[in-house]
Design a protein around this ligand. Structure first.
Ligand code: MSP
Length: 600
């Protein structure tokens, strides 16, 4: 079937496997720096510097999400990668890195043109509408990216053209015929072996179409040895390690060249010197990771983009697009004489009934809905805590509500609220001791500090679920301590007991301060609410560093704010019914809804 040595297939991985939140106003707005450059409606924040500046510059940390197809608005599966990326970006900012967090939309190709037509819009109008729905969702989810690239941006086209010319100059592009079965949803040719009955794509469950084309090819096979070397020299290039094994397997089984142009697709970047063809959507989109680095309004060039921070530290992607990132992309970069990224991390899928949640199968979960009902912190926390980063994870509303209530409302929210209540009643909301003095001779502080070190290590290693677990463990220690020490009765005893109780409250509030910082990559708005209740300002919260998790931030004399619940418990009708009558609870249909703010 294939002509010459051309091969176009990279199989998509096959698949393994009522409420309303709170009465809080939407998350407090972040103060944007004046140097904000990308002019989007979402939370685009300026990075510390995008130009290299010798010794004094903080270490750069460039991380990317995939650029999302604009065939349909985002769903929870697409939001998942971006939430994880945002948590990592926030952690790296706490580590004082010069973070450039890149996201964006992939807007060319047959699939996009077809969805535009189906929606009765021209492709550009369609891309504008869907791309902006991504920006809206990112704002709703408290995502603070630095760069949002659209592959229809002019600067992107310049970079793609230059990159194509470099690869051409390396002698890695040639022309050949190809005939094969194409999955439009995957935007790739498939190997017949991997297809289901009636030539159906195993991911999208739709029949592939016969295609015969005269295309330009990239000589991937030339890079077999270099890719093997890359993975041997740097096993962290692909993470988690089980995905590295998968990639090594692909490479070992032999790499075949792939087509990088389409004769039949008009909606794309024209091939330089052959305007009858457009560049294959993947050979175009991957370059978005570089064109994104260009500042708006500057003279666009590939070199300029590279100078702004290439190579990336981390590409976060789903496992279905691993081959493109871990095989095609590094080979393309090598061909163009450019550095490869440090790490490609392939996470798992959010599934519904065991099937990948996705636009093509129509089995999606609406993130907008979830945010409206439960708030961004709950959504972010649940998916990062519940799904071990790298593995698949199934969504269940019941589990969502249980986890969020138990961890955020009870363990964290209630601990803060009842401690502040006691402080108000017994100390007029004022700390009587420095937290260092209050912890003198106490093992409690050591235990907290050990857990904070663990959380740091876990964030650094992208173990996001474990990091959440560790921070929760800090909250559990706080709850245990206050229950054991029972400061409420010590205050009643007066004298030394009351003094000890006043110290214990400082211990717990210092612990809450640490939790606020350590959980801020995951639940930024909740963390801000905790921090301001501890008597700090929003500006003070904005400049926090991981360093500030060190014990000792709270000083004697600091006045706490009025105790107010920081996280509203999600109530379900079943729970409500259970309180009203056990009979109703048994037969009651679950429908989650807010009961307002939880009182301590
Ligand atoms: N446009 C390409 C990426 C180009 S990057 C240069 C693309 N877009 S996509 O919109 O189809 O998918 C974007 C990302 O969302 C992928 O990493 C994919 O794995 C992820 N997800 C889509 N559905 C998902 C789930 N159900 N669960 C988790 N992630 C999922 O591929």
């Amino acid at each position: 079937m294939a002509a010459g040595r051309a091969f176009l297939g990279a199989p998509c991985s096959s698949l393994a496997a009522g409420a309303r939140r709170l009465a809080f106003a939407s998350p407090l707005p972040r103060t944007l720096t004046p140097a904000l450059s990308c002019g989007v409606r979402g939370r685009c924040i300026a990075s510390a510097s995008s130009s290299p500046d010798a010794a004094s510059s903080p270490e750069p940390y460039v991380l990317t999400t995939p650029l999302y197809y604009v065939n349909a608005p985002p769903h929870m599966g697409s939001a998942y990668t971006t939430i994880a990326a945002d948590a990592i970006a926030r952690f790296q900012r706490l580590q004082e890195k010069n973070v450039i967090f890149i996201t964006g939309t992939d807007e060319h190709g047959e699939k996009i043109a077809a969805s535009a037509e189906a929606n009765g819009r021209n492709p550009k109008e369609h891309c504008d509408a869907i791309s902006s729905s991504y920006k809206t969702l990112w704002a709703d989810l408290d995502i603070e990216y630095n760069k949002f690239i659209r592959t229809t941006d002019r600067k992107h086209e310049v970079v793609v053209n230059e990159f194509y010319s470099r690869v051409l100059d390396s002698g890695d592009i040639y022309r050949a015929d190809y005939e094969g079965l194409y999955c439009v949803s995957c935007e790739e040719y498939k190997d017949e072996k991997e297809l289901l009955e009636n030539n159906c794509c195993p991911v999208h469950l739709k029949p592939c179409v016969e295609r015969k084309e005269d295309n330009y090819f990239f000589a991937l096979s030339k890079y077999q040895h270099k890719l093997e070397e890359l993975l041997t020299r740097n096993p962290d290039f692909v993470r988690p390690s089980y995905r590295l094994n998968e990639v090594q397997g692909w490479i070992k089984s032999g790499l075949r060249d792939f087509s990088i142009s389409r004769a039949s697709v008009e909606w794309g970047i024209p091939v330089p010197n052959d305007t009858k063809q457009t560049i294959y959507v993947w050979f175009d989109a991957l370059l978005g990771y570089m064109s994104a680095l260009l500042d708006d309004g500057e003279q666009a060039s590939l070199q300029q983009a590279v100078d702004h921070g290439w190579p990336a530290s981390l590409h976060l992607i789903g496992k279905d697009i691993l081959r493109f990132h871990a095989v095609y992309w590094p080979a393309m970069l090598m061909s163009a004489g450019l550095s490869v990224p440090d790490t490609v991390f392939g996470h798992g899928f959010l599934t519904k009934d065991g099937m990948k949640m996705g636009k093509s199968l129509g089995n999606t979960l609406e993130p907008k809905d979830l945010v409206e009902r439960f708030g961004a912190d709950a959504v972010r926390y649940f998916f990062l805590r519940e799904v071990e980063f790298g593995n698949d994870g199934d969504y269940s509303e019941e589990r969502f509500i249980n986890i969020v209530n138990a961890h955020l409302a009870n363990t964290i929210g209630n601990l803060l609220n009842r401690t502040l209540g006691l402080l108000k009643k017994n100390c007029k909301s004022k700390l009587a001791f420095d937290s260092i003095a209050a912890a003198d001779g106490s093992l409690f502080r050591d235990n907290i500090e050990n857990l904070v070190d663990n959380a740091k290590h876990q964030y650094e290693n992208l173990l996001l679920s474990s990091a959440c677990e560790t921070v929760l463990e800090i909250g559990n220690l706080g709850n245990l301590y206050i229950d054991e020490q029972a400061p409420w009765s010590c205050f009643k005893q007066g004298g030394e007991s009351a003094e000890k109780a006043a110290k214990d409250l400082v211990l717990i509030l210092e612990t809450m301060r640490i939790i606020a910082i350590a959980l801020s990559p995951i639940t930024p708005s909740l963390s801000l609410r905790i921090y301001t209740q501890l008597g700090f300002t929003e500006d003070q919260f904005r400049v926090l560093r991981w360093e500030d998790t060190k014990w000792g931030g709270l000083k004697a004399g600091q006045v706490m704010s009025e105790p107010k619940p920081v996280f509203a418990r999600i109530e379900t009708e079943t729970e409500e019914d259970a309180q009203a009558s056990s009979k109703a609870a048994k037969g009651g249909k679950k429908k989650a809804r807010s009961k307002g703010l939880v009182e301590a």
